[in-house]
Design a protein around this ligand. Structure first.
Ligand code: SF4
Length: 350
């Protein structure tokens, strides 16, 4: 049985035509799935009974099953979702002022292997399908709907490297963006990559106004290769050229992510080298003090080191902010997702 959320609108329309259904059926079903957030064809009461039955025989709408929820008491929640092959992924909801941001995963594990990242330590298991990616957003959208709220932003920064699962990630974002259904504005979406150059170049040509975040983590290739093994394939000069191309194709400012690791990449000369790389570009640096996770051999710098690093960037002409990771206490911060139950009290889904 196929997952209905894997289909694009065009595929739904072609399917309905092949079943001899009138043209209005595709938008009708799409709206049930993507706007009303339906989980069963049987609930689509304005469809003929035999069509509901036929859809139910061919597809499932149920999506991944939440097996654990955990909240930090400050508005951040993490959900552990079980997939049909019993693999598990995590997604995070961050409530901040009037923003409701969902951070989603694109792979089970990650082939990136970055040594400061809990997901990287898991190794790579498999790519998620478009439906499995989008279902993480729909999960939290259903939860928020109970409080009269909706998902306002999506960041593709969870488990996995999205541009190494390009087609499914793009399909999920296009489906979420589709005005006939979920209608999430592309400018409210941020795709984060460690610098998969062919993916950045492709994304620049999609005509989608999503934000791009490029994780640098080091100001030179030698250190970057230690922290980001994929940098062996794509050196900094190529990554920056691709990001420039993205900025000029979309007019969007690229953000550069830099995780600060004590004694590794947090010196003032690192900040000056980073400023030299980025000065004059349509760029913004997000500094992320390392979030400790079990088994990772790094420490975050002292707060005054983080401040000094940021000031040095600004002094040398590069816009920078320190990003306070949310949900660190429940292992939901950047680089902490593992697709496993986190120790401590877990609230079972209701
Ligand atoms: S930082 Fe990103 S690319 Fe690196 S291992 Fe973690 S999820 Fe993969």
């Amino acid at each position: 049985m196929r997952e209905f959320l894997d289909l694009s609108f065009a595929e739904v329309a072609a399917l309905m035509a092949s079943w001899g259904e009138p043209p209005f059926r595709a938008p009708q079903i799409w709206k049930w799935a993507w706007r009303h957030l339906g989980t069963a064809f049987a609930d689509m009461t304005d469809l003929p009974r035999d069509l509901r039955a036929r859809l139910g025989e061919a597809f499932t709408l149920a999506g991944p099953v939440p097996i654990a929820h955990q909240g930090d008491g400050e508005g951040t929640e993490k959900v552990l979702l079980s997939l049909r092959d019993r693999q598990a992924i995590e997604a995070v909801l961050i409530r901040e002022d009037d923003r409701r941001t969902v951070c989603i995963s694109t792979q089970v594990g990650c082939p990136g292997g970055c040594p400061f990242c809990a997901t990287g330590k898991m190794g790579y298991v498999r790519d998620l399908t478009a439906g499995e990616i989008a279902a993480q957003v729909l999960h939290f959208a259903r939860e928020l709907r109970g409080a009269g709220e909706r998902v306002t932003h999506v960041v593709v920064m969870g488990m996995g490297e999205p541009l190494l699962n390009y087609d499914a990630t793009l399909q999920a974002l296009r489906n979420l963006n589709d005005r006939r259904g979920f209608a999430l504005g592309a400018r409210r979406v941020t795709v984060s990559t460690v610098g998969v150059v062919p993916g950045i170049v492709r994304l620049a040509g999609e005509g989608l106004q999503v934000n791009l975040a490029v994780s640098l983590h080091a100001p030179d290739d030698a250190l970057r290769r230690e922290l980001v093994p994929l940098a062996e394939r794509w050196p900094l000069a190529d990554v920056l050229a691709a990001a420039d191309r993205y900025a000029s194709a979309t007019g969007r400012r690229v953000s550069y992510e830099y995780v600060l690791l004590r004694g590794v990449n947090d010196r003032l000369d690192h900040a000056r080298d980073l400023a030299r790389l980025l000065r004059g570009r349509l760029a913004h640096v997000n500094l992320i003090p390392f979030n400790p996770a079990p088994g990772l051999p790094y420490e975050p710098p002292e707060p005054n080191t983080v401040d000094a690093f940021r000031r040095e960037l600004v002094l040398h002409g590069v816009d920078a902010t320190v990003r306070r990771s949310r949900g660190v206490a429940i292992q939901a911060g950047c680089g902490q997702l593992r697709g496993q139950r986190t120790e401590g009290a877990l609230k079972q889904p209701s």
